[in-house]
Design a binder for this molecule. Sequence first.
Ligand code: SF4
Length: 761
Amino acid sequence: MSPIEDPRDDLSVTPPKKWAAGAPAVAHAIGYSLSQTSPVRTALTLLSLNQTKGIDCPGCAWPEPSHRHRNEYCENGAKHINDEATTRRVTDDFFSRHSIDELDGKSDYWLNQQGRLTEPMIKRPGRAHYERIRWTEAFDVIAEELRALNTPDEALFYTSGRVSNEAAFLLQLFARAFGTNNLPDCSNMCHESSGSALNETLGTGKGTVSLDDIYDADLILVVGQNPGTNHPRMLSALEQTKRNGGHVIAVNPLPEAGLIRFKNPQNARGMIGRGTAIADQFLQIRPGGDLALFQALNLLLLEAEDAAPGAVLDHDFIRAHTTGFAAFAEATRKVSWEDVLVATGLSRDEIEQVHQRVLGSKKVIVCWAMGLTQQKHGVPTIRELVNFLLLRGNIGKPGAGVCPVRGHSNVQGDRTMGIWERMPKDFMDALGREFDFTPPEHHGLDSVDAIRAMRDGHAKVFVGVAGNFVRATPDSLVTEDALRRCRLTVQISTKLNRSHTVCGETALILPTLGRSDRDMQASGEQFVTVEDSMSEVHASRGRLDPASASLLSEVAIISRLARRTLGQSVAIPWEKFEADYGVIRDSISRVVPGFDAFNERIMKPGGFRLPNPVNEHIFRTPSGKAVFTCNEFSMLQAPEGHLVLQSLRSHDQWNTIPYAMNDRYRGIHNARRVVLVNPEDLDELGLVDRDLVDIVSVWHDGVERRAEEFRVVAYPAARGSAAAYYPETNVLVPLDSVADISNTPTSKGVVVRLEPAHAIT
Ligand code: SF4
């Protein structure tokens, strides 16, 4: 394999694509896989990816259909699994050759391309390099630091959405047995707004639809979401909706290739034909305009009902299953069209067209992602889309409902397993009964509050299981400084990333098995389980020999660390858990609702679906009914000379890690420091395509946050908006700029100005 170069920006731009997938997706998937590993290992991973006895894709959380194709994965899934299955290795010799400072100067791309971590490593206080450490000593170092804390709340236990149900259950058990609910997770930065809104209105934090509902829907609104890059197999499901006669409306500030047309690589028509047109209508909305859009749609429904009483709203459903309708209706009638048109950037005619489609549809689903959740008014926006669905009884019936689409394979399951700083009392009581201890009652810290606590010296030990905390979080300079203030940072990881170069006084890298690795324990070969976006729980079995004989599984690492830290203080069978993951699942079945007979049911091919009481019209809200809410009109408006920036992923990127410097569907090549702006906005700002600018965010704390040297690209973005890649632009998102109620960073709504950059390259 050729040596890895740190790539230099060398921007070239081609017109944005008008369709996604097809033969190029297959070629890119295979090309990247073969750049990482051998043809044999590529075949092994791909043929078992998302199969009932195979490896669950560590990418997004889109579910598998009951009848699986032999190649039941997308381009990105193939890249993810073979990025993990790479034959490149990071050894202790690598760390002697590269100081931490030197590694910190490398790009995210370069760090990831070095390969799999193979040995536990430590950076001792004052040292410039990581050095090898034995596992037993590593656990001693962590246990000693944890026990030395003034209070357990000075420790943070972070989880990323790749972590299995079994490891997540053990991590939260360890944290709570230790005495803290400080369990920040990546969900705090993505769908926390969805959970907050759905719990309040429907009494569940999860989506209500299945894949069959998607196929069966008359109308699907895909809002603030780019499935072609972030949940590619969703396009196969939307293709099926279209074939069944349903319609799709895309609502987004950018036109995205996958929502225009999809060429399904699983069939000949997709490979050599024209594919399927997906969106019947595209609403190019301004960032943050979705609340106004749903308020306008709700107003139109109320007015249509006035004109034809009994013909528009589902009065039986509203009477039997909801509360708050009268107050909601009164508030909605005050919505001003003038405000709506400014907030959305849409014409009234466009919104009326959507209304007509809604009137012609008996079964409606709304799907959404970060475009809604990462806004200051993300929670009211999702509450308002629930109002929209409730009005016509589109909740709790086939082909209808809410569909928050999760971006990481087990982010939903981790929450189900108790990774939350404020789990409900029922869960905590069951946990305490199962293990004969009293879990702490006071709430813990989420991700934003965890950063504040480290910054202010209130948290001193950070333990991260998977993920890349420092690049996934906002206000990068503040976050980096916060982590550096810790006495100890611990990263349990498969591959090298930025979070290993931003160290506490002492720092540990604990290398772990990936999804593709075979997991052998004392009782034999193990599998783990995950839960997807549609509450399907299924197994994942690694197929490859582990990247190194020194690796431990996440379950083993957490179990051994817990034993070393807690000693005999709590009677928890950590050794049995490590030896046989079935013992963990037995405990889960007694603690977590919906998991009865877990070990038996998980053996069924494809696993099982967790019950969702909403689909039986059971709403676990205080009133026992679904709740109409009144949401104050709110919009995001940049002052003159400014734009509203949304951060986004490129197509050739997985979460915080670029796999290449391209964004194929958007026509961006060999560069990531680009900012996409509508040509008319560029004219008004006195800029031209390819100008070199600094992006400066404007926030009321007066701190200047600057992302330097970005190339402007004239792009068909919504007027008044800009788009640029994360994590490069996380530096612009103020830590205190969060969604009301959910505390989610507002990464899709940052007010910025573009200043000519001083350096000219
Ligand atoms: S759609 Fe998501 S889960 Fe499925 S293969 Fe692609 S990245 Fe993996």
